[in-house]
Design a protein around this ligand. Structure first.
Ligand SMILES: C[S@@+](CC[C@H](N)C(=O)[O-])C[C@H]1O[C@@H](n2cnc3c(N)ncnc32)[C@H](O)[C@@H]1O
Length: 161
């Protein structure tokens, strides 16, 4: 199995484990090509997956979190490597809190930038599993670390991916 397939498998296992048994209403933010959304749907969840570049399909909405208007409520919101792309993270998190049902969960997969130094982060940008659209490790660390502090994150060891 290649590195990206291993990464994807680890993410799916982690997220499915956090979401728990079906059926649940799940919103995925920044679904990319939709692999995780499809895995959640295959597991029996009712999935809405948003991304300005979402693929075609009944579970997908081609929209950013800023324009998303479905009031929910969702049992879980999932964001895998997408929060660091969002310009106004505070507003986005407020919106996610609004669409979550009381007691719902936000499941975040992000890089553990607070665990690595700047030089390692710069090197990681060349890693095939790492998003090249990221503006800088320093910015990601600044903006994503508070989300880590809120819990629900998958700490990843980039060397082990
Ligand atoms: C690194 S990709 C991650 C894709 C997928 N979740 C994964 O883990 O492979 C980040 C995704 O976030 C999406 N994205 C960027 N800004 C967004 C926004 N404001 N709202 C929703 N999605 C956004 C991008 O289009 C992109 O598909």
């Amino acid at each position: 199995m290649g590195e990206l397939a291993m990464w994807q498998q680890r993410v799916e296992e982690f997220v499915l484990g956090q979401v728990g048994p079906p059926p649940a209403q799940v919103l995925e933010v920044g679904c990319g090509e939709g692999e995780l959304a499809h895995a959640l749907a295959r597991a029996g969840h009712s999935v809405t997956a948003i991304d300005p570049r979402a693929p075609e399909g009944p579970i997908f909405r081609r929209v950013g979190i800023e324009e998303f208007t479905d009031p929910g409520p969702f049992d879980h919101v999932v964001a895998s490597l997408s929060l660091h792309h969002i310009e106004n993270l505070g507003e986005a998190l407020d919106k996610l809190a609004d669409v979550l049902r009381t007691g719902g969960s936000l499941v975040v997969v992000e890089f553990g930038w607070d665990w690595i130094d700047e030089a390692t982060g710069q090197g990681a940008l060349g890693h095939p599993g790492v998003d090249r659209g990221m503006r800088s490790p320093a910015r990601a660390q600044r903006e994503v670390a508070p989300v880590h502090a809120a819990g629900g994150c998958l700490r990843t060891d980039l060397a082990g991916v």
